[in-house]
Design a protein around this ligand. Structure first.
Ligand SMILES: C[S@@+](CC[C@H](N)C(=O)[O-])C[C@H]1O[C@@H](n2cnc3c(N)ncnc32)[C@H](O)[C@@H]1O
Length: 274
C-alpha cells in the first residue's frame, strides 16, 4: 500500500502507537528518528512524505516537512464544524436537499466513500442515520479516531456525542458491501463522493487534498460503484462532484444542484415519502 510510518509525541503514547502499527501492519519510528526519516522520505514516493502521529490531540497524518501544511486530523469539535452545525443553513443546504431531507423525511443514508466523514457529519447533524464505508486503512484510522473522540465528548457537548452516535463506520470496500447487501434492508439514499483522477497540481488544489490523493489514489472504480448503487438505493443516489467535472461514468442524472465549487448529481429512483 504505502510506506507510511507511525510515530508518537510523548512517551505515554508509545503503547497506543505500537498497537496501531501492529494493527495496520506499518513500521513504528521513534520521534528522535523523524528528522532522518524525513530526509529519506523526500527521495521516495509522495505518500512517504507523511507519517501518522499519535498525540494527546488524537491521531494525525503529518507531513514530514512542517512547512507543507498542518497535520490532517479528523476533528468534529473544530470551530468550523461547530459553526456549520449552528449557522450552516439546516435543511436548506444543498447536500440536505440532494438527499431529500425535510421535516417529513429523515432518510437513512449509506455513504460509500466516507473519507474524513465531513459530508456524513453534516447529514448526521441534521438528524440522518448514516452508515459510512471507508476502504483505505489510513483514512479509516483517522476517521475512527475522530468519531471516537467526538463520542467521548458527552459531558461537554452532548449534542456532538449524539450526532456521532448516528454515524456508523465500517472498514471495507463498498463494492463488496453492496454486492452482499441484504435486499430486505436497502438504504433510502446512497451517497458517493469519490476522489478525482489526479489533475495537474495547481494552486487551486489544496495541499491537504494533494496529500489525500497521494495516500488514497484516484478511485478509478467509482463508475462501477455508481452502477451498483443505482441497483441498491430505494429512493436516490447522490454523487458529489466538483462543479467543473463531467458526470461520473458519463451517466446523466435526473437533475443537479449546483454550488460555487461543488455539484450534487441526483439520480431519482422513486418518489420520496412524506
Ligand atoms: C473524496 S473522499 C470522500 C470525502 C468525504 N465525502 C468527506 O466529506 O470527507 C473519497 C474517499 O472514498 C474512499 N473510497 C473510494 N472508493 C471506495 C470504495 N469502493 N469503498 C470504500 N471506500 C472508498 C476513498 O478511500 C476516500 O477516502
Amino acid at each position: 500500500m504505502t510506506s507510511i510510518k507511525i510515530s508518537y509525541q510523548q512517551v505515554e503514547q508509545q503503547l497506543v502507537a505500537t498497537e496501531l502499527a501492529a494493527a495496520l501492519g506499518l513500521e513504528i519510528i521513534d520521534p528522535s528518528e523523524l528528522t532522518r526519516s524525513s530526509k529519506l522520505a523526500h527521495k521516495a514516493e509522495s505518500s512517504a512524505g507523511y507519517f501518522l502521529e499519535v498525540s494527546s490531540d488524537g491521531i494525525a497524518l503529518v507531513p514530514f516537512t512542517r512547512k507543507a501544511h498542518g497535520p490532517i486530523i479528523c476533528d468534529f469539535a473544530s470551530s468550523a464544524n461547530s459553526h456549520r452545525r449552528k449557522y450552516g443553513g439546516g435543511n436548506g443546504q444543498a447536500i440536505a436537499k440532494a438527499v431529500g431531507l425535510s421535516g417529513k423525511f429523515q432518510p437513512k443514508v449509506l455513504d460509500l466513500t466516507a473519507g474524513l466523514g465531513g459530508d456524513a457529519f453534516v447529514l448526521a447533524s441534521l438528524g440522518c442515520q448514516i452508515q459510512l464505508i471507508e476502504r483505505n486503512p489510513i483514512v479509516h484510522c483517522l476517521l475512527a479516531d475522530g468519531l471516537q473522540r467526538a463520542g467521548y465528548s458527552g459531558n461537554e457537548d452532548r449534542e456532538l456525542a449524539d450526532i456521532v452516535a448516528r454515524m456508523d463506520l465500517i472498514e471495507g470496500d463498498s463494492i463488496h458491501y453492496l454486492e452482499h447487501l441484504n435486499t430486505q434492508q436497502l438504504p433510502d439514499i446512497i451517497y458517493l463522493d469519490p476522489m478525482f483522477p489526479e489533475r495537474k497540481k495547481s494552486a487551486k488544489v489544496k495541499k491537504e487534498m494533494q496529500a489525500f490523493h497521494g495516500i488514497v489514489g484516484g478511485d478509478e472504480d467509482a463508475a462501477e460503484l455508481l452502477d451498483l448503487a443505482l441497483q441498491r438505493a430505494q429512493y436516490r443516489v447522490v454523487v458529489k462532484r466538483s462543479a467543473s467535472a463531467g458526470y461520473l461514468g458519463n451517466k446523466t442524472p435526473s437533475y443537479s444542484l449546483e454550488g460555487k465549487s461543488t455539484r450534487f448529481d441526483i439520480f431519482a429512483l422513486q418518489k420520496l415519502p412524506g
